[in-house]
Design a protein around this ligand. Sequence first.
Ligand code: SAM
Length: 352
Amino acid sequence: MTDTAYMETGVVEPSRHSRQRSPLVDPFQRAITYLRVSVTDRCDFRCVYCMSEHMTFLPKADLLTLEELDQLCSVFIAKGVRKLRLTGGEPLVRRGIMTLFGSLARHLDSGDLDELTLTTNGSQLPKYAAELASLGIKRINVSLDTLDPDKFRAITRWGELDKVMAGIDAAQAAGLRIKINAVALKGVNEDELGELVRWAHGRDMDLTIIEVMPLGDVGEGRLDQYLPLSMVRARLAEQFTLQEIDYRTGGPARFVRVAETGGRLGFITPLTHNFCESCNRVRLTCTGTLYMCLGQEDAADLRTPLRASEGNDLLDAAIEDAIARKPKGHDFIIDRRHQRPALARHMSVTGG
Ligand code: SAM
């Protein structure tokens, strides 16, 4: 198996991973090659499906410092992680974040990391896009659910569409490839998704549509927001020719080619499709908690071993213990009677 196939499927044959220095392989023979790090739980938006209007954020003192985040990421890279995504909250609102990107970029230069990237709401890209590109970042994900300024304000509560559009312009001008992520919301953007496809593909950007996930109490009924992607896909298939393609990113998205635009369209359907068998990722929060699965509560504290000694031995052992507990899969359920979230923590804690 080549390293590429290894990354794309996330599943290793146990005897074929000798090139990795000390690869992390979970009990289901999935190689952990992808780390997502939420560098802050704070955000300059309050998207209705993600946060409640009045969020209580972590005290700043609880956050790992940028140096600690660098150390943790570097240990994961030494243990075979090849792709690193910074997310949040909004990663670009963390003070000094470009210092962290700058120091992590050394792993791109050394060849130990294949990709350093981020997921952003785009609001800070006018400020940072050029610097990100100069550090070796090639592709980014930008979250955008609508092209209508009023709807955009209603969804994000605090956001301005113009700023995000300026961010997308700045990123493309800097040479960054963009994938747009849009959450499908019942009665909100469901009639607009065809337009989003045309717009994204017209600007040479892939588009992924995400089914709303029951994470965290957001003060609105999940069933009011939930729109099954099977329905979205069926409606898009009335407007476009959706051609099955083989393209995979190692993530949960399933892609089709839209014949009329030539662009790629992905669907992430955690509630209606199981994508756990090839999961190659784990998620670290800004306080150093490692979640082995987005959809389960089990987590490992890495901050204590990180702070307990100068070297990385305790951390190494804690990471190995955690990966040995990575569950086979998740089971998101929207509680239909009480409309409770399946998990109490918000997406902004573990990062999208
Ligand atoms: N602030 C950054 C952004 O907007 O992309 C990164 C963090 S945000 C939590 C990452 C992604 O998670 C966004 O695309 C957002 O739309 C998505 N997201 C948040 N809550 C979600 C939920 N309950 N279900 C599905 N997607 C969600």
